[in-house]
Design a protein around this ligand. Structure first.
Ligand code: BG6
Length: 504
């Protein structure tokens, strides 16, 4: 096969091993949509060209649009050109990859004929692992599961992948889980949160549980507070209708930020098997201090961006981006919470996420307590240690330490970073989160996917915030695009003598 690179060896530092998966057939619902074009189809292409996907696998795009197979192949090629790095484009490999592609126009609301067409394209049941990927609005998930069931396409071993957000509150998530669960057993349902597929997010577990150094300090005795920031410079980017009905709390906090929080603070799991991991994560979610009407004003900030500049370029306000004249939806949220258990009681947890912020960065900051007493004359306020885990961009783990500034005479201290940069240590292209997660679905590995009770526990806590905002009619602050959120988010921490970590 031209330009394929089957089974890279792991002999030298910086390379990865790709163990080929078993042959599979994946039906992508929403195949002409943004997620499929931007992420799913390019991810499958990369895994194929790295030799991980066997040639007899099949990728079947499904959407309402009438398209020929050739037009679908062209759409996949164009999507690659639009969203991916031209450097990784291998035309010969794409030709071979395209052989696996097929397309079926199907209106999921229809009965009968459309589903029969999909049945025909799939053909008689074979040994291929069958996967249905629902890259569609969640309100259609139950309908699609039922359609597949009625058409006899969802065999006992088929798997279904559900994109986030799973519903818009606990009740709708519960209804989706129950409806899809009538067709697919729980261990066949892969609820995706793409943050769990990111290299540095998985490294969080290795950092915590592959090193002896951190665990003795990983508690309220040594840690003063924890901060999780996911800041984007992008606006709502043509997804105004979806985003305006969701907002930052549902779009980012309910899933990505809470998952990061769980991995940062959970107890050591018995193993990395799916259930061991998910059992520990859910304990964190259940121990989160509830947000109520009585405490919502001092523990949360909601805000929306106004016009501003990003990297010197003028950008529109939220209303123009979301194509609406009026909106109370937050594009930024900051939360102060606490995990009410023995390890973390009393340690503030600060989370914030926003669009159109000053810089794109996702970081977890572990702020340690200062030394109890300084023995150095004149140095009464030593900087406390800080561990910064940067998830993106420029993945790195940085430990800020006090050291002696060189020089004879006097004793001056300086705070400097011990820096473990991914780029300096691994000269590889990092696979996109979706590449790993898609291969995990084929392998049947549920560890990086969310269990039903986990998603519902997250909604339960987030519902408390949504209800409290509604009950108190909490005001929406404003921040100019290109800044790190509103002043109110700064004040929320300053009241407790803390401040958000600067970009490192
Ligand atoms: C998605 C959200 O889940 O995550 C988007 O719906 C957001 O609004 C995106 O932009 C951020 O993902 P990443 O991988 O770019 O940090």
């Amino acid at each position: 096969m031209p330009e394929r690179d089957p089974q890279q060896s792991d002999e030298h530092e910086g390379s990865s091993t790709f163990v080929p998966v078993d042959p599979f057939e994946i039906v992508v619902f929403g195949a002409t949509g943004d997620l499929a074009r931007r992420k799913l189809l390019p991810s499958l292409y990369h895994r194929y060209c790295d030799g991980q996907i066997p040639d007899n696998s099949r990728i079947i795009g499904v959407s309402r649009t009438e398209l020929t197979r050739e037009a679908f192949v062209a759409l996949v090629r164009d999507a690659y050109a639009e969203f991916e790095d031209a450097e990784n484009w291998k035309p010969d490999c794409f030709e071979a990859f395209a052989e696996m592609l097929d397309y079926v126009a199907l209106d999921v609301m229809s009965d009968g004929d459309d589903w029969a067409r999909l049945d025909e394209t799939l053909g008689p049941k074979s040994d291929l692992i069958r996967i249905f990927y629902l890259a569609m609005p969640p309100k259609l998930y139950v309908r699609i599961a039922e359609g597949l069931d009625k058409a006899g396409l969802a065999h006992a071993e088929s798997r279904v992948v559900l994109e986030k957000p799973l519903g818009r509150d606990f009740a709708s998530a519960d209804a989706i889980n129950a409806g899809v669960g009538r067709v697919f057993d729980e261990n066949r349902i892969y609820r995706i949160d793409h943050y769990l597929g990111k290299e540095t997010v998985q490294n969080l577990m290795v950092l915590r549980f592959g090193n002896i150094l951190l665990e003795p300090l990983w508690n309220s005795r040594a840690i003063e507070h924890i901060e999780i920031t996911v800041a984007e410079t992008l606006g709502v980017n043509g997804r105004g209708a979806y985003y305006d009905a969701s907002g930052a709390l549902r779009d980012m906090v309910q899933n990505h930020l809470l998952q990061l929080l769980c991995l940062t603070t959970m107890e050591p799991p018995a193993s990395i098997d799916a259930d061991d991991l998910r059992t520990e994560k859910i304990k964190v979610l259940r121990a989160l201090r509830p947000v109520t009407a009585a405490n919502v004003a001092e523990t949360t900030v909601r805000a929306q961006y106004t016009k501003g500049r990003i990297d010197g370029v003028p950008v529109d306000d939220y209303l123009a981006d979301a194509d609406t004249v009026e909106s109370g939806t937050e594009s930024f949220v900051a939360i102060r919470t606490e995990i009410e258990n023995w390890r973390w009681a009393g340690v503030p947890i600060y989370m914030r996420s926003g669009k159109r912020m000053a810089t794109r960065r996702s970081e977890i900051v572990i702020q340690f307590r200062p030394v109890p007493h300084s023995i150095f004359p004149g140095e009464t306020n030593l900087d406390a240690n800080k561990l910064v885990i940067r998830l993106q961009p420029d993945e790195a783990v940085t430990l800020w330490m006090e050291i002696k500034e060189p020089g004879a005479g006097g004793l001056r201290l300086k705070t400097l970073p011990l820096n473990l940069s991914y780029a300096d240590n691994f000269a590889v292209r990092y696979p996109d989160a979706y590449e790993r997660l898609l291969m995990d679905v084929v392998r049947g590995n549920l560890s990086l996917f969310m269990r039903r009770d986990e998603v519902e526990a997250a909604w339960h806590w987030v519902d408390g915030i949504i209800d409290a905002w509604a009950e108190t009619q909490q005001r929406l602050s404003l921040y100019p695009a290109g800044e790190d959120g509103p002043d109110a988010a700064r004040f929320m921490l300053e009241q407790h003598g803390d401040h958000w970590a600067d970009a490192s």
